[in-house]
Design a protein around this ligand. Structure first.
Ligand code: SAH
Ligand code: SF4
Ligand code: F3S
Length: 453
């Protein structure tokens, strides 16, 4: 099908995790052939899509306040004889679809994460102002089959969803309810998408899944390790990452792959949430703190320089000072290169929301600050160790200052240097000169020839 010329403007605002970033790109892909071009301001948009996140209360609240602003824009536009269609997609749409329609009448339709292939149909229905305005199916295979086969990557790195949904039911988490059961895309479909991206100049893919390391569990096709091996064989695809993983699904083949697959980058996001066995049990995480530490030991044996990252929740119901200290102990034992920390947020409908001994907000704040202090120290130490070393950097784009280029180290650190823009898309050697708060500064040592890791 040839695309219609750009006649309409689409504004997509993305909240939440990388999977939403991927989904927003795919929604743009679906709408492009219908004549929708992307705009970065909502007031001149014909179609506004909010791709929402339900993970914490604050994330959900943001959506309702944004809708208030959009309603006023829509009314102003209608007053001037124009029109604006407003759609809510993503995890809030899945969890609170009918409530959104009730609370905010400016919303034309709502569609959940497994229904994006129905976007054109929903737009047509909205324009006829008739029929169903809520699409919240749960069949992930239908969605992937119906999405356009080719993508338009925005640069030299890309996200690629390989698995969706979650069967783990951690007691604090909404994801199993918003994304449905675990589903892995077939290997061939993933390989085709990756080859298409590589042919368009993408050199690094990050494989996405709510439990990405459970990939293929239901298919017996070699799991994530097998997929990585096949992806690494695609010409041009030199770097592979994956996120997010559950400690329970970190199998021996995948651990071994970190030692043998050159394309698999030495960075692993492996959330543990807490270092207290009592809290881990109440969270239904299905492992103890010492299992996690032992697992990290095995991963480091396979790949000694691996950079570790994690997610932590402070103030889960029943968390005492001693439980929190156990989290600090675990962090000291593991040593993280980066981390994401959260105050426990009570989510209606999840088991933890009804647990006794909810922790005081002030106590959560205090624990969060202590945990962040420790993790920040570790991050600084990890970055400082890089100074003086020569690392291969994939150049992604021009920097903020003229003559500056920006890329990433194998450990996912942002690295900037003076250099020509024609290096974008190349992996070059850089000597790290200094480590600042959020990035490293380097100098090119091999502009001409491609670096090998
Ligand atoms: N599937 C991934 C992460 C999903 S959500 C995994 O299992 O690791 C990302 C992070 O948000 C979680 O790891 C957790 O740390 C945090 N999170 C989820 N629900 C939360 C809640 N109710 N309150 C605070 N943080 C939460
Ligand atoms: Fe949520 Fe747990 Fe599933 Fe991660 S594994 S998405 S934290 S339920
Ligand atoms: Fe948020 Fe849904 Fe991702 S709840 S974190 S957008 S899976």
């Amino acid at each position: 099908m040839t695309d219609l010329p750009v006649q309409k403007r689409l504004y997509i605002k993305t909240y939440g995790c990388q999977m939403n970033v991927y989904d927003s790109e795919r929604m743009t892909d679906i709408l492009r052939p219908l004549g929708y071009g992307v705009t970065d301001s909502p007031d001149d948009a014909d179609l506004v899509v909010l791709n929402t996140c339900h993970i914490r209360e604050k994330a959900t609240e943001k959506v309702y306040s944004e809708l208030g602003v959009l309603r006023r824009m829509k009314e102003a536009k209608a007053g001037a004889g124009g029109q604006m269609t407003i759609a809510v997609a993503g995890c809030v749409a899945q969890a609170e679809g009918s409530e959104i329609m009730r609370r905010q009448t400016a919303v034309d339709f709502v569609l959940g994460p497994q229904s994006y292939h129905r976007l054109p149909e929903m737009i047509a229905r909205a324009h006829r102002a008739s029929g169903e305005a809520l699409a919240a199916d749960f069949a992930a295979d239908e969605k992937f089959d119906a999405l356009p086969k080719s993508r338009q990557p925005g640069g030299v790195t890309a996200f690629l969803t390989v698995q969706e949904g979650c069967d783990k039911f951690c007691t604090f988490c909404v994801v199993p309810y918003t994304r449905g059961a675990e589903y892995s895309r077939p290997v061939e479909a993933v390989l085709a998408e990756a080859a298409d991206l590589a042919a368009q100049g993408v050199r690094e893919v990050t494989l996405l899944g709510q439990n990405v390391n459970a990939y293929g569990a239901e298919r017996n096709e070699g799991g994530l390790a097998g997929l990585v091996e096949r992806l690494a064989a695609i010409p041009g695809l030199d770097r592979i990452r994956y996120t997010t993983s559950h400690p329970r699904d970190m199998d021996e083949a995948l651990i071994a792959a970190h030692g043998t697959q050159e394309a698999l980058m030495p960075y692993l996001h492996l959330p543990v949430q807490s270092g207290s066995d009592k809290i881990l049990k109440a969270m239904n995480r299905d492992h103890r703190a010492e299992d996690y530490v032992a697992l990290i030991g095995r991963i480091r044996q396979a790949r000694p320089d691996i950079a570790l990252s994690g997610d932590f929740i402070v103030g889960f119901p029943g968390e005492t000072e001693a439980d929190f200290e156990a989290t600090l102990d675990l962090v000291r034992q593991v040593g993280y290169a980066s981390a994401f920390t959260f105050k426990y947020s009570r989510r209606p409908g999840t088991p933890a929301a009804n647990m006794g001994a909810q922790v005081d907000e002030a106590v959560k704040d205090e624990r969060l600050a202590r945990l962040n202090g420790l993790l920040e120290e570790q991050r600084r130490a990890f970055n400082a160790e890089m100074v003086g070393r020569v690392v291969p950097v994939l150049i992604e784009r021009e920097g903020r200052h003229p003559g500056q280029i920006l890329g990433r180290s194998p450990y996912l650190q942002a690295v900037h240097a003076e250099g020509p823009a024609n290096l974008i898309g190349q992996i070059v050697h850089m000597r790290i000169e200094s480590a600042a708060h959020m990035s490293l500064s380097g100098v090119l040592v091999s502009a001409a020839q491609e670096a090998v890791l």
